[in-house]
Ligand binder design. Structure first.
Ligand SMILES: NC(=O)c1ccc[n+]([C@@H]2O[C@H](COP(=O)([O-])OP(=O)(O)OC[C@H]3O[C@@H](n4cnc5c(N)ncnc54)[C@H](O)[C@@H]3O)[C@@H](O)[C@H]2O)c1
Length: 295
């Protein structure tokens, strides 16, 4: 396996492309938006610079990594040569079903089609393709170059061979893969999202402010980051989309998204990527300024 196509160059796509490229794979990075591709290349270069500063890589490794990445705005062109496609496009069922149908038509026979979806059914995505046996979930965590876990999700039809290949490939990337079955939210988000939602409810009901909620979870539970800050990093729109999948998939009101989360997404406060969520992210600064509204 040498040629990897990554579809979507946002938060996750750029990290996945970075990780494969740094490990010597040829990466074709595809996005419908050329500006998203340019921004992704800048982000990857910036993250490689940070690795150089830390002493974990040298300048030559940065150049080699960037040279391993080519960008495309056309899926057919970007995926024609792929041995593996990792899809990390927007968390939207219709977009993913359409993409997988198209990928199954334009890719080489035998290609493995993986999705980085946080919550959408791998079995349903696979059913949109001609060969569901070769479709699997490869759920990286954010930030991809740093986080060790890959949640490997077997769809109903995924074969042992394909699962074994993806587990082994994840290890080659220096990651720790964990195999799970395909039910709403898999394992990671089935546990994480209800916690984030409960933190938003705690704020919504006025039990405590943003700082207080995050501090309780950081210092009391030894979490490296509070749930509200984590939600900002994940993207509040992504959190809302995952909660909707859990709510619809299990039909249990305990997964109903907090109205405050719904309002914030509707108002365009999506977290780090939009500059404000539960915290404000001032340009050029790494400091989080708690939004006055929720302080
Ligand atoms: N953000 C996280 O922390 C996180 C963690 C794990 C998994 N995920 C999953 O990863 C996927 C991507 O999430 P993200 O946070 O990177 O989203 P994002 O919004 O940052 O980026 C999505 C990118 O996909 C592109 N895109 C949309 N439709 C496309 C298409 N048809 N073809 C090519 N590109 C297309 C958009 O232009 C955008 O650049 C989602 O499925 C999400 O659930 C996200």
């Amino acid at each position: 396996m040498k040629n990897i196509t990554v579809i979507g160059s946002g938060t996750m796509g750029n990290g996945i492309a970075h990780t494969f490229a740094q490990n010597g794979f040829n990466v074709s990075l595809v996005d419908i938006s050329d500006s998203a591709l340019q921004k992704a290349l800048q982000t990857i270069a910036g993250n490689l610079d940070r690795q150089i500063k830390k002493g974990s890589i040298d300048e030559a490794a940065k150049t080699a990594t960037l040279n391993n990445i080519k960008t495309y705005t056309d899926v057919k062109e970007g995926a024609a040569n792929a041995d593996l496609v990792v899809e990390a496009a927007t968390e939207n069922r219709e977009i993913k079903l359409k993409l997988f149908k198209q990928l199954s038509e334009v890719c080489k026979p035998g290609v493995i089609l993986a999705s980085n979806t946080s919550s959408i059914s791998i079995t349903e995505i696979a059913a949109a393709t001609a060969n569901p046996a070769n479709v699997i979930g490869m759920h990286f965590m954010n930030p991809v170059p740093v986080m060790k876990l890959v949640e490997v999700i077997r769809g109903y039809a995924t074969t042992d061979e394909v699962t074994g290949t993806i587990m082994e490939l994840s290890r080659q990337l220096g990651k720790a893969p964990v195999e799970v079955n395909d039910y709403p939210g898999f394992v990671a988000n089935r546990i994480l999202m209800p916690m984030i939602n409960e933190a938003v409810y705690t704020l919504f009901e006025g039990v405590a402010g943003v700082h207080e909620i995050d501090t309780v979870m950081k210092l009391g539970m030894a979490h490296p980051m509070g749930p509200l800050q984590l939600a900002d990093f994940i993207g509040l729109d992504v959190c809302l989309a995952i909660l909707k999948v859990l709510h619809n998939g299990f039909g249990n009101p305990k997964y109903a998204p907090c109205p405050l989360l719904v309002n914030m997404v509707t108002a365009g406060h999506l977290g780090v990527k939009s500059g404000s969520g539960f915290y404000k992210y001032t340009a050029g600064s790494k400091d989080l300024v708690v939004a006055e509204k929720f302080a």
